[in-house]
Design a protein around this ligand. Sequence first.
Ligand SMILES: *Cc1c(COP(=O)(O)O)cnc(C)c1O
Length: 362
Amino acid sequence: MYDRIYNFSAGPSMLPVAVLEKSRDELMNYQGSGMSVMEMSHRSKVYDVIIKEAEALLREVMNIPDNYKVLFLQGGASMQFASVPMNLLKTGVADYIVTGQFSGKAYKEAQKYSDKINLAATTKEENFTRIPRQEELKLTPNADYVHICFNNTIFGTKWDYIPDTGDVPLVADMSSCILSEPVDVSRFGLIYAGAQKNVAPAGLTIVIVREDLLRDDLPAYVPTVASYKVMAENESMYNTPPCWPIYICKLVLEWIKEIGGLDAMKAMNEKKAKILYDCLDSSKLFKNPVVPNCRSMMNATFRAEDDEINAKFVKEATANGMQNLKGHRSVGGMRASIYNAMPYEGVEKLVDFIKKFEAENI
Ligand SMILES: *Cc1c(COP(=O)(O)O)cnc(C)c1O
């Protein structure tokens, strides 16, 4: 009814129509306040309810234990590549597992803060087509933390297990899989995620951090706004938080709750991913290169050997209302990002199109 296309972008990406409609309905005069959420003071009573509800809903939906703080920050996941080492390095030793581009960037950024950052494992030699097994991880006893990227947005892989790091805090970038399925938060010291894939528009970064990792003895160079402790003590309001994305985050969480929470979300996501991967597995034209148990439920890559065919596919898909299917330039081919807000019908349409295209081009 709105002439919307199916947007397979890796991010920013689709938001649920119900959320867009609700935000539209509340746009001009939010609940009798006489103004839009975009125009409100973050210190007003009416906004305070919004941010508190967003946090309470996130805690409820993700089942976040009480000894964790939830922070609503700015700067994107890329800022966390720096904030994590700035806040968590004590001895200077940290282990990084590099499974793709973003974990590679995080690893590189951490080296600005210490020359004792270890590469505990990488699957670079295999073009990042899988996640290393537990026994391949060369973890350092007593490291300050271990960093992983839980879902690799560009290469379309996902950790199919939570690595055992003993007493060393596990830090995970969950930008492209947060809220896609239940996770046991208690297994992590810190989880962070840029919001623009599964949570809200760009501009919000969520950090979920175990309280014992908050410190006030940070190096003097650490910006105040980058201190988890300061942000936690000020309930994410040391300075102006990203008010609008936090509001949309609240609406998205209400939508997830209405659907039945993360168990229901997971079932829907599995169903979508299954029809797409089944289609690719039976395709004679396209291939998904990822080791099956490491396949991402959110980002599926596929390509034909002939790059002209890939370009033709993207062009024709676009003309048929399926946009942003071009793969990341470092991988080539196609990538379909099928986050929470992508309806089943969108994936079904893509699968039908793949079959039709294949029949015409083989
Ligand atoms: C998109 C993405 C990032 C980068 O996020 P920004 O908010 O643009 O900094 C980092 N990590 C992962 C896993 C991502 O998907």
